[in-house]
Design a protein around this ligand. Structure first.
Ligand code: G3P
Ligand code: CA
Length: 285
């Protein structure tokens, strides 16, 4: 950002001395200014791969996260649970049954036991894929990309989360915590105050006023709403007036029309199973 500003100010002073130069010369400088200044003024939409690029790969696996980067996603979202031995495992459901070869609650197993299991995908058990640990996912977040860690549990997970995040080499700006659970959000923001925290809401049980009030109460930084909320320009504006950016989940392969509408409304980030499609549907920025 500072490089952009320096380049822009150099361009400006050169433009001043160029007052008597031919018009084509001035035009070139104006184009250069546009290139440097526009991205910082307009801001780009953040494309967040939902459970990795889960429209193409098994959700919440290293394969899905890797695919997200190959598709040009800006961030990945994952879901996390605390294991029996106080570690953190990456999967969506509180039970193993749907997405793995195991059965029963995740919290009843150690991480090592969970990593013996195979991933179930499209009615098959995958030989080479297992439940990742949080550390394994953190290790494949490239520089400049973010990870949205969705906590699926109560605040009891927060000490383990802090221990793992403190030990990882990612910058604070790359780490985001999201959750539907208000007490988890409050505790996590208290313990990890330098990280951005966004309150998740499906809109089934609460109004935008309640979402804003809960975000405020947790000292969180933004709101992350379901497409079913439903999102309107007024709602996004209401969030903005309270000091919160609005993120939206989950965009799917049928949402070609909705994507540009959400951006028009002022939504800043889209969580999607299809990061490549979503990027293509963005209005020209
Ligand atoms: O990113 C938020 C979204 O993932 C919440 O819903 O069920 O996919 O975890 P779910
Ligand atoms: Ca999630």
């Amino acid at each position: 950002m500072s490089q952009q500003l320096a380049a822009s100010s150099n361009a400006l002073s050169s433009l001043r001395t160029a007052r008597h130069k031919p018009a084509i010369w001035k035009f070139s400088w104006l184009c250069l200014l546009g290139v440097f200044l526009l991205p910082s003024l307009v801001g780009a939409t953040e494309i967040i791969a939902h459970r990795g690029a889960s429209g193409y790969e098994p959700e919440n696996t290293l394969r899905a996260v890797q695919r997200a980067w190959e598709m040009g996603a800006d961030a990945t979202e994952i879901d996390v649970y605390l294991t029996k031995d106080d570690k953190i495992a990456v999967l969506h459901d509180s039970k193993l049954d749907r997405t793995t070869s195991g059965v029963g609650p995740v919290k009843d197993f150690t991480l090592a036991e969970l990593q013996e299991l195979k991933i179930r995908w499209k009615d098959e058990l995958l030989e080479d894929e297992t439940i990742p640990s949080l550390e394994q996912v953190l290790a494949i977040i490239p520089e400049g990309k973010r990870i949205f860690i969705e906590i699926k549990t109560g605040p009891e997970i927060v000490p383990a989360l802090k221990r793992i995040l403190d030990a990882c080499t990612l910058k604070d700006e790359q780490l985001v915590v999201i959750t539907f659970n208000e007490s988890t959000l409050t505790e996590s923001k208290k313990v990890l105050p330098n990280l951005k925290h966004y309150y998740l809401s499906s809109g089934k049980k609460e109004t935008i006023d309640e979402v804003i009030a809960k975000t405020k109460a947790a000292n969180a930084d933004g709101i992350n709403l379901s497409t079913k909320f439903p999102i309107t320009a007024e709602l996004v504006q209401q969030g903005k007036e309270a000091g919160y950016d609005t993120y939206v989940w989950t965009l799917r392969d049928k949402d070609a029309e909705l994507v540009p509408q959400l951006i028009e409304m002022g939504v800043v980030g889209l969580t999607t199973d299809f990061p490549d499609l979503c990027r293509d549907w963005l209005p020209t920025e």
